[in-house]
Every structure is written in structure tokens, then in C-alpha cells.
Design a protein around this ligand. Structure first.
Ligand code: 1HN
Length: 373
């Protein structure tokens, strides 16, 4: 036997001995633990609105909302993460679902350590009550439910309401930080004026002096009205050049800090004028997009994801992506992301796609369901 063989055999035996003691040699596995670039199991995916809506309306016929069901929600399950047993994951950090509330219904009060955002898709007349303050919801509004606040939803209107929920489910689970508590009654007592936070803070310029000593880091503004978002974006299109990667885009902010509206879930609205084609870039943060209006496609690592109004799609971490508006109207894309967390931890990076004038070659076209076995 050669010396090399002897060496191999003694190493093999040594590795087995280590494994028996639940130990490992870093020199063989360093590359697994510390990758040159972000490693993850998140694949891009897209859900069509007709499909989502059809199934949500069916749940409206089948399932009453109350303490047994808590919420009538269909969530987006990324198939690449379900393979890892990760239920309810859109990305490794973010969850998104669509919720249906019918006139007269009450989704009972509870609180959890996950932070939540709602983006209103259809209807009016329903409210979210957060720690005793009702905020009425209308299409295009962003409504916050900060971590560990009591919240219930009620519906005083006449038409069904559908909204998107976004939560940091994967993030909180990985950090083992999940707590949940139902409230003792269905509804938390109302103690504040309706829409109080929007009325006080919607312009973001003033704060009542009585709130100078406010200690919470959560945004004092709970609802960002579509009217304001749209005006702000429309002004941008008249005032400045588009961002090469995002078009005309705004982050929703906490007016008390200037930071993200929610400390853990970033929220962005972008407007892509008809015909706009952005340049490709990639960043560490992942995102889940919802198409508010318009039609077009996003190329993610060479795969074309065609979208139209209502669709949702997942942008995994560190993937080249660029957006194209192929429709005749301006497109509006709302998205949630984990950028605030990455930035706080010093982990965010961004890189522009340099080749081919910033545009990827399209090598395939995504079809929903094509990742299923
Ligand atoms: C939740 O509490 C709501 O309050 C919606 O409407 C979706 C998804 C996971 C965990 C809690 C809500 C949720 C959720």
C-alpha cells in the first residue's frame, strides 16, 4: 500500500471518529459554511391573480371567520422552500398571503411577535384595529400592524374586502422569536379616534408635543393612503430621472425616524411608465412583489416572469433582475423586502449587471406550476 492510500484511510477513519462524537473538520467544510456569495434555497416563483382570487373566494364560501379559523387567508407557498419543510415561506424570511373579510365579519383580536403589513387590493368598509385604534382600509393603502400589537379586523361595509398580508414569518422562526397570544375577547376595546394616526401624521411633518416622550420605535403612522403614495410617485416622475434599476420608486417611511415604515419589513412602491425597461442588478435582500396595476415582465436570472394586475412574484436574494412594462399604462409594483434587517446587520450589498448594457439574455419563460414534481 502506498503512503498516500494509508493517509487517505487514516483520514477516513479520523473523519468517522469525529462524526461519532458529533464533531467535524473545518478544512473540508469551510466552503459550505462560508460561501463566496449568498447561498440559499429560494427559487423565484409567480402566482397568477385569477388563481389566487378564485381559491380565496372559495374559502369565503367554505370557511367562517372566528376563533376556530382566526383568519381567512391563502398564503403563497414557495415550492423550493416547501421541499425543505418550510411551510408558509415565500422567501427564507418573508411570508405573503391574501386575506378575505366579508361584510359583518370579525377576525378576532390577537398579537404576535411577527410584524405585519397589509396592502389593500379590493373593496372598502373594513378596518384593522391596532391597540384600540381603528384604521379604515381602501384600495392601494398600506396599513401597518407593528410587532406585538393587539389587532382585529372588522367589516362595516357592503362589499367583500381582499388585502395582502406580509409578515416576517421565516425571519422570526429562524431567530426562534415567535410568540402568539389570543385576546380574551373577539374585539379589543376601541380607545382611540378612528384613523387617528393618518389624521395626525399623514404629511409626516408634524408631531403633537404630547408625543415628545413617545418611546416605542414603531411608526406612529399606521396607514399610508394610496392617494399620498400616488401623488408622491407622480411628482417624482415630473421632478427627476428614473432610478436605473427601480424606475420611479419610494420607500414607505416611519415619519418619526426617517427609517423604514416597519423596522423589519421594508415596503416599496415603484412606478414604471409605459415602455420602461430597467437595468439589471442584484442585492442581498429578498422581496415579494404584488402587481398593483399594469402588465409587463421581470427577468430573474435569465428567466422571464410575465405579470399582470394582481399577480405576486418572489425575488430571491442575490439574483439578477430587471423589470419591463409592456403595457400601455403605467405599471405599479408594490413589494415587501427584508432590506431593513440586512442593513441593520451590515449584510446588504448591491451590484449592477455590467454586461450587455445592463440587460440579461432571456433563456426561459416561467410557467406557474412548472416547479412542481
Ligand atoms: C395574522 O395574524 C394575520 O392578523 C394575517 O390578519 C396573516 C399570517 C401568519 C401569522 C399571523 C392577521 C398571518 C397572521
Amino acid at each position: 500500500m502506498s503512503d498516500a492510500k494509508n493517509l487517505d484511510e487514516s483520514f477516513v477513519r479520523y473523519y468517522e471518529d469525529l462524526a461519532k462524537e458529533e464533531l467535524g473538520p473545518l478544512w473540508t467544510n469551510l466552503g459550505y459554511m462560508v460561501t463566496r456569495e449568498p447561498a440559499h434555497d429560494v427559487a423565484p416563483y409567480l402566482w397568477k391573480w385569477e388563481v389566487l382570487r378564485k381559491h380565496l373566494l372559495k374559502a369565503g364560501e367554505l370557511l367562517p371567520v372566528g376563533r376556530d379559523s382566526e383568519r381567512r387567508v391563502i398564503y403563497l407557498q414557495n415550492p423550493s422552500l416547501l421541499k425543505r419543510g418550510l411551510v408558509g415561506y415565500g422567501t427564507h424570511t418573508l411570508y405573503a398571503g391574501i386575506q378575505l373579510l366579508l361584510p359583518g365579519e370579525v377576525a378576532p383580536s390577537h398579537r404576535h411577535s411577527q410584524t405585519a403589513i397589509r396592502f389593500i387590493i379590493e373593496g372598502e368598509g373594513a378596518f384593522t384595529s391596532v391597540n384600540g385604534e381603528k384604521t379604515y382600509m381602501e384600495r392601494g393603502d398600506l396599513v401597518l400592524t407593528p410587532s406585538w400589537t393587539w389587532h382585529d379586523h372588522g367589516h362595516e361595509g357592503t362589499e367583500r374586502m381582499i388585502w395582502m398580508d406580509g409578515l416576517d414569518v421565516g425571519l422570526v422562526r429562524n431567530l426562534a422569536g415567535s410568540f402568539f397570544e389570543p385576546y380574551e375577547d373577539d374585539v379589543y376595546p376601541v380607545t382611540q379616534p378612528d384613523n387617528g394616526s393618518t389624521l395626525r401624521y399623514a404629511h409626516g411633518s408634524f408631531r403633537p408635543v404630547t408625543e415628545r416622550k413617545r418611546v416605542t420605535t414603531a411608526s406612529p403612522l399606521l396607514s399610508y393612503k394610496w392617494e399620498h403614495t400616488k401623488d408622491s410617485l407622480n411628482n417624482l416622475t415630473n421632478l427627476q430621472e428614473a432610478d436605473p434599476f427601480d424606475g420611479f420608486a419610494v420607500d414607505y417611511i416611519n415619519p418619526a425616524t426617517g427609517g423604514p415604515a416597519d423596522a423589519r419589513i421594508g415596503t416599496t412602491m415603484q412606478q414604471l411608465p409605459s415602455g420602461m425597461r430597467t437595468k439589471a442588478h442584484r442585492h442581498v435582500h429578498s422581496a415579494i412583489y404584488h402587481v398593483v396595476n399594469g402588465s409587463g415582465y421581470t427577468v430573474i436570472n435569465g428567466e422571464k416572469f410575465e405579470w399582470s394586475k394582481g399577480d405576486f412574484f418572489v425575488l430571491p436574494p442575490w439574483c439578477w433582475h430587471e423589470h419591463v412594462n409592456t403595457g400601455s399604462q403605467d405599471a405599479f409594483l408594490f413589494s415587501i423586502n427584508d432590506r431593513p434587517v440586512l442593513e441593520n446587520l451590515g449584510l446588504e450589498r448591491e451590484q449592477a449587471y455590467e454586461e450587455n448594457n445592463g440587460h440579461q439574455e432571456i433563456s426561459s419563460i416561467f410557467k406557474p406550476g412548472s416547479l412542481l414534481p
